[in-house]
Design a protein. Structure first.
Length: 353
């Protein structure tokens, strides 16, 4: 009996391979990519800074109403503020040269009001920066979604179906691509910014934030659709897709099960990179007064407000410029981390895998 028990124990695979009893199932590609991204310290630091920027801008209304007690969308030329027990005018007569003109109050470095000073209309720059950041982030995010959606549909259609569809879509993309990107965006903005657009039940009024969103989203479609089309063409000729076609699998199932999951990684990589690019484009258009329209604000419009105050109150223009630079930098660093995590050829390895 003892020999029989010994024989059974000897045939137990857990005895032969004690490590196998503790072996976990292999992680999927998405889980592996997530672990790589989490272990990328630069990408995580950039994401943390970006999240802090988003949270700070989200409290714009609370800060203006309950902390600074100001409304940053109306002029306050005759306003006054008490700093360290001393009452000061928001817009004071100039003391330079002949004493002509006026000078806004400088940074108080106090969150209770005018932390970064005032612009030439007596408005709290820091409060406007929070509101402007909220608009800039919203426009960059929404235009990115629109761009990637159109690019995915057009790129997959052109690459998978080919023929007339590919020729027509490619020629349209060539026409859009032939224009310098900022020249095309400026031209569309000048034409549409003061016009109302009716698309069936959808009405976009003049001055709406949706106008720069759609303009920025559309002009960058070729820059994303081209790589998507090329990837789909490569996937279309791959062995697993050819095998599915040979087995008579319907086209819609091949698209859903084989093409789109592979294209999704490329679209995810484009998200932070396109957000950064769209934010810079929006700031440029708003600086030229053909982006965000008053009374709304964005970081680009605040830079425009401060261009005449560069020598007397440089923080009006420098603060939103620094905010744009930091936000774009964090998005680019995080985007590089996402690309490395999703790239199977990445040299980044996790210990213990």
């Amino acid at each position: 009996m003892a020999a029989s028990e010994t024989s059974i124990a000897g045939n137990d695979p857990r005895q032969a391979d004690p490590v196998g009893a503790k072996r976990r199932p292999a992680a999927g590609p998405w889980a592996t990519a997530f672990r790589k991204l989490v272990h990328d310290k630069a990408a995580m630091a950039a994401l943390l800074v970006f999240i802090l920027i988003v949270i700070g801008c989200s409290f714009a209304s609370y800060y203006a109403s309950h902390v600074a007690h100001t409304f940053p969308f109306s002029s306050n030329l005759q306003g006054k503020i008490v700093i360290d027990g001393v009452e000061q005018q928001i817009i004071a007569p100039s003391t330079e040269g002949l004493g002509l003109g006026s000078t806004p109050i400088g940074p108080t470095w106090k969150l209770q009001g005018y932390f970064l000073g005032a612009d030439d209309q007596g408005r709290d720059v820091f409060a406007r920066m929070l509101y402007g950041g909220l608009n800039s982030l919203w426009i960059a995010s929404a235009s990115t979604v629109i761009c990637l959606l159109f690019a995915a549909v057009l790129g997959v259609t052109a690459g998978f179906f080919g023929g007339v569809a590919d020729a027509a879509i490619s020629r349209i993309m060539d026409v859009i691509w032939a224009f310098p990107i900022f020249l095309l965006a400026i031209s569309l903005s000048i034409v549409l910014i003061n016009s109302s657009i009716n698309i069936g039940p959808i009405v976009i009024r003049a001055g709406s934030l949706w106008l720069p969103i759609f303009i920025i989203g559309i002009v960058y479609v070729p820059y994303v659709a081209r790589p998507i089309r090329g990837q789909v063409l490569s996937l279309k000729n791959s062995e697993f897709v050819l095998a599915a076609v040979g087995l008579g699998v319907p086209s819609h199932r091949i698209l859903w099960k084989d093409i789109l999951p592979n294209v999704a990684t490329t679209l995810i990589v484009f998200v932070p990179l396109m957000m950064a690019l769209n934010m810079v484009t929006e700031s440029a258009l708003s600086f030229l007064s053909i982006g965000v329209q008053p009374p709304d604000a964005s970081w680009g419009t605040i830079i425009q407000d401060g261009q005449n105050l560069l020598y007397s109150r440089p923080m009006v223009a420098l603060a939103p410029g620094i905010a744009i630079a930091v936000t774009v930098l964090t998005l680019n660093v995080f985007g590089d981390g996402v690309r490395d995590a999703l790239d199977p050829r990445s040299k980044l390895r996790i210990g213990g895998d």
